[in-house]
Design a protein around this ligand. Sequence first.
Ligand SMILES: Cc1cc2nc3c(=O)[nH]c(=O)nc-3n(C[C@H](O)[C@H](O)[C@H](O)COP(=O)(O)O)c2cc1C
Length: 362
Amino acid sequence: MIDVFPILRRLLHALPAETAHRVTVRALAMGIAPFARATSRPSLATSVRGLAFPNPIGLAAGFDKNAEAFAASTALGFGFVEVGTVTPRPQLGNPRPRLFRLPEDGAVINRMGFNNDGLDAVATRLARRSVPGIVGANLGRNKDSADAIADYVAGFDRLYGLADYLTINVSSPNTPGLRDLQARERLAPLLGALAGARAKRREGHRPILLKIAPDLLGDEACAIAELALDHGIDGLIIGNTTTARPVTLRGRHRGEAGGLSGRPLFEPSTRLLAAVYRGLAGRLPLIGVGGIGDAEDAYEKIRAGASLVQLYTALVYQGPGLLARILDGLAARLAADGLTTIGQAVGRDAARFGAENPKEGR
Ligand SMILES: Cc1cc2nc3c(=O)[nH]c(=O)nc-3n(C[C@H](O)[C@H](O)[C@H](O)COP(=O)(O)O)c2cc1C
């Protein structure tokens, strides 16, 4: 099938970014997806914390905040899809405009602020799940909530039986104070409460992942990883959008407030990933996110230490045809390196990604 996205992109990018996103999600939800399905190869299949992934490329949180299009996204060939961030109660998020394209940089800035339909709506949609495929749920807190821990536990209890894994998002820059939950004295009680909530469940063990900011120093992220291990957390997602603004940015929206994602995030987020991989010596699975735009990027993240990867922003510029290119390229690179499974590549080059401070070079 020819890739129709270049034509569609002209239409979509003529619209405000948020409208284009809404149109895309609605079209996917309605089954309008004139794209070929990307096929996974046997060498790309991988198992992490008891979940069997057909391939290691996931759709990152924020694209399908309300669990409307996870079936269509899975059908496109993603190895897994993360819905959310969902908060206990529905909320509108920040005033518009709040989503900006930086095409010259292959980047996006967003300050959506957890606009979402709330747990009830998302739980209802996930409960109707009928197609196979791994779907994770990303949990957040309401902006006006007085008790962050209660919010995360509410999300956890509500979606535990409905999602294949749960992600605790303490790293979005657009909810005031959210990133403060990464501090040890705030994080320990949160992780303890979640471990307690999981211990009460009868469904069996579902993985809990923690999503952190790419703006942490390597040592800070390693300390968080150790704390996560102490509390039985199953993996770390590295990471969310960045509040940094590299001097190289050219897009006219580069001065907008919010989180930056896409190509400029690749290097710092990969360096942080490698630093945590080295610090943890493989004791905790890592999910690498930030700036993946082609097979080489995905392979680099994996060699830097990621057992799985996720992407979002590159879809805005390349459309879902990107997925087939990544899967084909990844399988070819593995074969060229004489490897038969993705797992063999994980962390192979973690040393090469340098021990330097991830804040350097911005
Ligand atoms: C418009 C937009 C909305 C996002 N919303 C969320 C969100 O609700 N929760 C979350 O954990 N991450 C969210 N993210 C961050 C992505 O999941 C991902 O971590 C980040 O964009 C880096 O990956 P990328 O460079 O491939 O886009 C959002 C990103 C974008 C661009």
